[in-house]
Design a protein around this ligand. Structure first.
Ligand SMILES: Nc1ncnc2c1ncn2[C@@H]1O[C@H](COP(=O)(O)OP(=O)(O)OP(=O)(O)O)[C@@H](O)[C@H]1O
Length: 288
């Protein structure tokens, strides 16, 4: 069954009828179920490979990635895939229909991922102690880290996409955007009141830091504007305060954010922002 989204509807995977299955008397029920599942998976893989939005990418998605997508469909987290929202070096992000809402599906590439840099970002993180240097393990840990970071940020009161599920190298999260497309980045909109926006971002950074996390790549590119709200995205590289370079990452985030808002007409320095973010009891009325 074709859907407007492409065709990865689990319902659409034809279930073979008994008539074309030759029953081998030596088969156990478990064997038959396993064979049926294999066939359904093969059909799913063929359909997804043929879907327009994946055509250019099929060479980079290995069988294990298709199996992960299939599992997410079976578990009801994804019903049908839409088009790509972003095609990056490490991952592609696709729009999709979830069980009851629109979702964003971020698929990391195992092979072309810059896993050495990923490994560096995982260093010192008590959640991933003992992680070896194998490329696949690093990428899979990274996906789990991104999911855990979203959960932690959300619990700390930071507006981030709701994390929904992970499976191997795939992360499913809430889609931030509307029928016209993904939410615009802060750098793509004209900000009416930069001071208010700055204070929201500043408070998000403080909450994140108080929860032991530093975004590590925060700028106008990773903050989006959705229905009057600012939402922080891309928490994959966010590190815990235990990371040996956490202070450097925090300073960089503060300078990037402060420079952006200064360019937008609200004068603030990276040092002012750093002081606010690391102050356990800051004065919220302060302008810095
Ligand atoms: N939950 C989401 N809802 C809607 N769009 C999203 C979502 N997550 C990511 N995107 C879109 O995909 C783009 C890339 O996502 P993200 O920054 O998480 O991935 P990335 O691989 O780190 O990309 P980049 O290398 O460009 O930083 C975002 O800029 C945004 O446009």
């Amino acid at each position: 069954m074709e859907t407007e989204y492409g065709l990865v509807d689990s319902e659409a995977v034809e279930t073979p009828g008994d008539e074309w299955e030759e029953i081998d008397v030596s088969d156990t029920e478990a064997d038959r179920i396993a064979r049926k599942r294999d066939r359904e998976f093969e059909q799913f893989e063929e359909r997804i490979k043929d879907a327009d939005q994946f055509k250019v990418e099929q060479s980079v998605f290995d069988d294990a990635t298709f199996a992960a997508l299939y599992k997410l469909v079976q578990d009801g987290h994804v019903e049908a895939f839409g088009g790509p929202l972003s095609t990056g070096k490490e991952a592609n992000v696709y729009h999709a229909l979830g069980g009851d809402r629109e979702v964003a599906v971020k698929i990391y590439r195992i092979n072309s991922s810059n896993f050495r840099q990923m490994r560096d970002y995982l260093e010192g993180d008590p959640r991933f102690e003992g992680l070896g240097g194998k490329k696949k393990d690093v990428v899979l840990a990274w996906v789990k880290k991104e999911y855990a970071n979203l959960q932690r940020a959300q619990a700390a009161g930071v507006n981030v996409p709701d994390p929904i599920a992970t499976e191997r190298n795939v992360l499913v999260m809430e889609y931030i955007g509307d029928e016209d497309g993904r939410a615009k980045r802060l750098g793509e909109v004209s900000i009416e009141n930069p001071e208010t926006a700055y204070k929201v971002v500043r408070e998000y950074m403080r909450r994140l830091y108080a929860a032991g996390l530093i975004h590590g790549d925060l700028s106008e590119y990773n903050i989006v504007f959705d229905e009057g709200q600012l939402v922080v995205i891309d928490l994959g590289q966010a590190v815990t305060v235990h990371h040996p370079n956490s202070r450097t990452f925090l300073e960089r985030d503060c300078y990037n954010v402060a420079n952006f808002f200064s360019r937008e007409g609200f004068e603030v320095t990276g040092d002012d922002l750093l002081e606010f973010v690391t102050d356990p009891d800051p004065d919220p009325s302060g302008n810095s």
